[in-house]
Design a protein around this ligand. Structure first.
Ligand code: BGC
Length: 428
């Protein structure tokens, strides 16, 4: 797991931020223990707006308001899957020394090589100890939100990225079995295509969704050790295994809906919900969307399985919130962070969001079968960080990969793609 944190990041956006970093250190690292009356305002910045995204956040805010009726909460969410727009807005605000009270940030490179390296965050070591959290989160997860010997944020959830959701009726009607390998996947996809069903839904209006598919193909082909080595710069991006992954990715793209470029992730998930498409590879926020927004039932209307050849692996995406430097009301923000890291907060948020709790002592009975299965998998699987969601490598590298993927999806030129990835590797 240390490798996750050891990846050197030299990305332009955060460097720019580091250059104009604010040295004020007004908020300190202590918890105030909670309980006493509090007022003021907490602005919560995320990209959880609308369908499939905001249910968990709103429930958490309600819980917070119940406990602290005198603290005003501003939900400053900016629409756009995977933070496509929110991250740019956040960068502008941080650069202008106008940080939100707290903001959504992925554990791993996005946090540590981004905002921490830019000296924009307060350490939370004492806060963790005061809340007695050191053994309440898996060690690997604490590692993922730590760097330079300090802890920098509080994980609210764990999402899995290497999962495929499928329409159970469509599989049944077409006599398709759940595939576990790439060969079985292509066999199933051929059968579905012949029957006039779109095998795999894709909505890459924002290119991260296609990058997410590619990262899972990489994991399936390289396996977890070499996948990690790739992002640690120990395996070249023009390695034969990466070329093989690019070829498989190209083949998979031959099975997606034609209008993929005009859909976002929710629009593409709808294709699976209404039976026009059979499967979708999407992080399990899609489960929250299916269940809470589309009224679908787990293991009745939709099923799930690990992305081909990645069964024992778990691509981790963790949403976390920290304490930016220079905010006016750290005391109130810490009350929100305390709720976010509590069993009650996590068990309120995660069943709605589709994710599993980051804490080890949450209550499994609050989760559906998908949640229960995923909690088990998380304990037993090999954990690897997601590139598409900013944990495996720097933001600068990810931006270039997204661009390369975007071009590859239309042109399908493996040589050009590998060249573009190789050129991007200097940013890793
Ligand atoms: C976040 C999830 C979010 C998803 C889609 C991911 O990067 O970690 O919380 O639901 O993007 O917007």
């Amino acid at each position: 797991m240390k490798k996750w944190l050891g990846i050197i990041a030299l990305f332009s956006l955060v460097f720019a931020l580091a250059a104009c970093s604010d040295s004020s250190d007004g908020s300190g690292g202590d918890s105030d223990g909670g309980g006493e009356s509090a007022s003021g305002k907490v602005e919560i910045f995320s990209w959880w707006t609308g369908a499939g995204e905001e249910d968990g956040l709103l429930a958490l805010i309600d819980l917070f308001k119940e406990e602290y009726p005198d603290i005003e909460v501003e939900n400053a969410a900016v629409a756009g899957g995977a933070g496509t727009n929110a991250k740019a807005v956040l960068a502008t605000r941080m650069q202008g020394d106008d940080p939100p009270s707290t903001f959504q940030v992925h554990g791993g490179a996005e946090l540590n090589e981004g905002w921490v390296a830019a000296d924009k965050m307060e350490p939370l070591d004492d806060f963790y100890k005061e809340n007695d959290w050191m053994d309440k989160f898996p060690e690997e997860l604490i590692d993922l939100v730590s760097s330079d010997g300090h802890i920098w944020s509080v994980p609210v959830d764990i999402h899995r990225g290497n999962v495929i959701f499928y329409n159970m009726k469509v599989f049944e009607e077409n006599g398709v079995k759940v595939p576990t390998t790439f060969d079985e996947f292509f066999e199933a996809a051929d059968k579905l295509k012949a029957a006039g069903v779109v095998p795999l839904a894709l909505g890459d209006k924002e290119s991260w969704t296609a990058t997410q598919v590619f990262e899972n193909v990489l994991l399936g082909v390289l396996g977890p050790d070499d996948y990690q080595k790739l992002f640690a710069g120990e395996i070249a991006l023009d390695d034969a295994q990466v070329v093989e992954a690019a070829e498989k990715f190209k083949k998979i793209l031959g099975y997606v809906n034609e209008d993929h470029a005009s859909r976002n992730w929710q629009d593409s998930a709808q294709l699976v919900a209404n039976g026009e498409a059979a499967m979708i590879n999407m992080g399990d926020w899609a489960k929250g969307y299916f269940v809470n927004d589309l009224d679908m039932e787990t293991n009745k209307d939709f099923g799930y399985f690990a992305f081909p050849d990645t069964k024992g692996d778990f691509v981790v995406i963790t949403d976390t919130f920290g304490l930016p430097k220079g905010i006016e009301n750290p005391k109130e923000v810490k009350k929100f962070l305390t709720l976010l890291g509590s069993v009650e907060g996590q068990d309120t948020f995660n069943p709605l969001k589709g994710s599993i709790p980051a804490r080890v002592d949450a209550d499994p009975s609050k989760y559906d079968q998908y949640g229960k299965d995923t909690m088990e998998d998380f304990k037993n699987a090999r954990l690897v960080p997601s590139l598409a969601h900013g944990s495996a490598a720097s933001a600068g590298f990810l931006t270039k990969v997204n661009q390369a993927v975007n071009i590859f999806v239309t042109q399908g030129d493996v040589d050009n793609f590998i060249q573009a990835l190789t050129n991007a590797s200097s940013e890793m």
